[in-house]
Design a protein around this ligand. Structure first.
Ligand code: DX5
Ligand code: ZN
Length: 214
């Protein structure tokens, strides 16, 4: 599948309602919500308060990406706040299973993600335990960074492994996605692409979303 998940981290917060309306009208499939705690990553974005307007206004499922330490403390609250999927970083926990279990019990989709310096092989034991595996194609913490091309090989490796095991696990890629690398990512076997600045810095964001899907 070719799903696009615009990241509202790059939205204009002074016009958040309009930005969400634009996404509702657009061909976007999900809305990516980047939560940063200033500890796991050197930046602070937003937390629970943003979930309220999003839940009220968004007609697309909310794909929550937790860039926080100790995610187990907060995953249930994000589920209750209206997340469609809750994801956290494998390198932020000793054992991801307890937090994954809490999310699953809430009936919410699970996602495990890794930064570019974490070996992709570390995701392999969890391919049958999550709904989504997400590769960071930039270091988590900021929008607008440059795509790391080595991500393509990692997507191929995951695609091969998921298909060989007959799994339905989705592959998501997050960071620096644009019109140039999106076709390569789809070809390599990605299912969901997160796009922040390429969508919200575009003159015609709705068209850009459509183009990214090709
Ligand atoms: C980075 C975030 C990304 C980011 C994507 O820490 O997890 O989701 O907002 O933004 P772009 O597409 O601008 O790299
Ligand atoms: Zn993200």
């Amino acid at each position: 599948m070719n799903y696009i998940a615009p990241s509202i981290l790059s939205a204009d917060f002074a016009r958040l309602g309009e930005e969400i309306e634009m996404l509702n009208r657009s061909a976007a499939d999900l809305i990516h919500v980047d939560v940063m705690d200033g500890v796991f990553v050197p930046n602070i974005s937003f937390g629970f308060p943003i979930m309220e307007p999003l839940k009220k206004l968004a007609r697309k499922p909310l794909d929550v990406h937790l860039m926080i330490t100790d995610p187990i403390r907060y995953v249930e609250r994000f589920c209750d706040a209206g997340a469609w999927c809750v994801g956290f970083h494998l390198e932020a926990v000793e054992d991801p299973m307890p937090a994954l279990e809490l999310i699953r019990k809430k009936g919410v989709k699970t996602c495990l993600t890794i930064n570019p310096d974490i070996a992709v092989e570390r995701l392999l034991p969890y391919l049958d335990k999550v709904d989504i595996v997400m590769l960071m194609s930039v270091f988590a913490g900021f929008g607008g960074q440059k795509f790391i091309p080595e991500t393509l090989d990692k997507v191929r490796l995951l695609r091969k492994e998921i298909d060989a095991r007959g799994l339905k696990t989705w592959i998501e890629v997050d960071g620096g996605v644009n019109k140039d690398n999106a076709p390569l990512l789809w070809k390599s076997g990605a299912d969901i692409l997160v796009a922040g600045s390429s969508v919200f810095r575009s003159t015609y964001p709705e068209e850009t979303i459509l183009e990214l899907k090709q």
